[in-house]
Design a protein around this ligand. Structure first.
Ligand code: IPD
Length: 275
């Protein structure tokens, strides 16, 4: 299998780089065609659709028996199903709101799951040329260099990443406010890139120590999971225990101890699952 995975990785990387050109070409275009999905802060552009289309077309030509879960295909009604079959999980632009505003922190997040387990993770910000990669058992890399999490174990010394999210649901917004308000007095600092995948990449890089969010989707976190764990970090459900990738809840951290301390301080929120 390892030789096959190398081949999957090489193809995926070259297709991702190609798709990245679409993002780079459009980021500073001030008249992007934008549609609203679930609400006025949940956006999709023509480029999101073009990137997802390019990735699925090329990957399915290369690997006809593989399956796909894509953010935009799912928004158009395709059922989200993770089976044992090799499945590519795609967020064509993670940080779409950033992309719309020309805030240069957007990326392609692409993962391959085999037997429901993360096997390849690629996070690529083509605007700033940031490439985070991992293959199961082979470590995590930033622009080709090995990366490791910070190893921080003390929440009071931690830089914690969070997101405001992309839904107007009032209960969810209250939860975000509550968690920020309580953590602000406990942690050393808080940061947000506007992209779940890039937040996870920052934890893998050791630039941040933890990240949590209620309301994310499997395509936001699929690549980040492997990159964080291959860099030595952990991923759990924010209430503790194993993460359920379809539960729309995530917590990653540079150590188990930090994950537990953060989990204990969070007010929990359980978003509606996706069909
Ligand atoms: C969103 C971003 C955002 C996070 C949301 C995601 P999208 O993904 O990752 O940072 O807060 O939960 O849905 O819509 O830009 O692909």
């Amino acid at each position: 299998m390892s030789g096959k995975v190398d081949l999957f990785f090489k193809s995926a990387l070259s297709i991702t780089k190609e798709a990245g050109k679409l993002i780079r070409d459009q980021i500073y275009n001030r008249s992007k065609k934008i549609d609203r999905k679930t609400c006025d802060i949940d956006l999709v552009t023509e480029t999101d659709k073009a990137v997802e289309n390019l990735l699925i077309t090329n990957l399915s030509q290369a690997f006809p028996d593989h399956q796909f879960i894509g953010e935009e295909s799912s928004a158009e009604g395709k059922k989200v199903e993770l089976t044992d079959v090799p499945t590519w999980i795609i967020d064509p632009i993670d940080g779409t709101l950033n992309f719309v505003h020309t805030f240069p922190h957007s990326c392609i997040s692409l993962a391959l799951f085999i037997d429901k387990q993360p096997t390849i993770g690629i996070i690529y910000n083509p605007i700033l040329e940031q490439l985070f990669t991992a293959q199961k058992g082979k470590g995590a890399f930033y622009n080709g260099n090995v990366i490791k999490v910070s190893g921080q174990t003390d929440l009071s010394q931690a830089l914690v990443m969070y997101e405001l999210g992309t839904s107007r649901d009032s209960e969810r917004k209250e939860n975000v406010k509550k968690n920020i308000a309580s953590l602000i007095d406990i942690v050393q600092g808080m940061r947000s890139t506007g992209s779940a995948a890039l937040n996870m990449a920052m934890v893998a890089l050791g630039g941040a120590d933890a990240y949590f969010e209620f309301g994310i989707h499997i395509w936001d976190i699929a690549a980040g999971e492997l990159i964080v764990t291959e860099a030595g970090g952990v991923i759990i459900d924010p209430s503790g225990g194993a993460v359920d990738r379809l539960s729309r809840r995530v917590l990653v951290a540079s150590s188990e101890s930090l994950a537990e301390q953060l989990s204990a301080k969070l007010t929990q929120f359980y978003p509606m699952p996706v069909d």
